[in-house]
Design a protein around this ligand. Sequence first.
Ligand code: NAD
Length: 358
Amino acid sequence: NSPARKLLITGGAGFIGSAVVRTLLASTAHQVLNVDKLTYAGNLNSLPGATESPRYRFAQQDITDQAAMSLLLQEFQPDIVMHLAAESHVDRSIDGPNEFIQTNIVGTYNLLEACRGYWQGLSQEHQARFRFHHVSTDEVYGDLEGDEDLFRETTAYAPSSPYSASKAASDHLVRAWQRTFGLPTVITNCSNNYGPYHFPEKLIPHIILNALQGKSLPVYGDGAQVRDWLYVEDHARALIEVATRGEVGQTYNIGGHNEKRNIEVVETLCALLDELASAERPAQITSYRELITFVKDRPGHDRRYAIDASKIQRELGWVPQETFESGIRKTVEWYLLNRRWWQDVLNGNYKLNRLGNT
Ligand code: NAD
């Protein structure tokens, strides 16, 4: 157990950021300042009970505003900045890359500059324990050719989409701020996450919610794209380990050793829904599988991602607690039990929860 620290989390109202905040509040003594612009992907309903904690504060703020970020840093005096705020949806980055360039590249640059100024003004002792942790994706590595290959921390960057290119750019900026200015940074690159509070535009919640509404279940191309799936709470624990115990200047890959073809994921979801939600199945079908439809593939779609997560296991002792089978069952059960959360997302009411400003 590490001593109580102050963590400024950017993007703490998003899918992964909210899991990090929930874990920090439930399982550690750390203080949290959640800084989030609350774009369409930010949802304060994903942080039930957080505002009641004396260890939690929220500030609605855009990370691209360097002066405002400097002020927040001065006020809060964090020991650790965990940077998760980003535009994160590949399809949206193809339809309109601008926000991805602004938030992921310009935003990370402005945050790094605000942190550099803050860090330079700290006492030596505070400087020594300060960390800037950039939360990134395995998509920066592009895709894998052979079935046996894995992404390692040393794999060359070859991003395919505007999203992954913007994350690759921000990783490079973070490394440059460490090498050139001495800012103490760590980077993590993680595989696809899934679990509770996932915004319905992403594959797994999209399939679950479409099925529950009797709509078709779209699968890109032939569905043979392979992704390495990690339960979001396992990722949150890994991030907290790296932010508090990771070695400065290091990169850690995080993955679940759960390589699945997209079609297998969709079929697994259908089987679980047949078991757990048969009462809601439309009368004219005998399995949710019958709702699957193959749609035109995404341009530039990577075929296979798979992570070698042995470094974080060896150096920090992190291993995932969920298998794909246990995590996906928990996820389906969560969506069946938490209808209010996703109904509010689908009808837009989640945007009404904009309270909790500092
Ligand atoms: P998300 O889209 O669910 O959440 C992003 C959050 O950032 C939202 O709350 C949004 O309001 C906030 N945000 C966006 N622009 C902002 C800005 N300019 N200023 C302040 N806040 C802003 O994303 P996620 O899936 O939780 O991903 C979090 C991070 O993890 C991202 O950096 C992403 O690249 C990375 N990542 C995601 C996955 C995944 O499978 N989802 C995997 C690996 C890495």
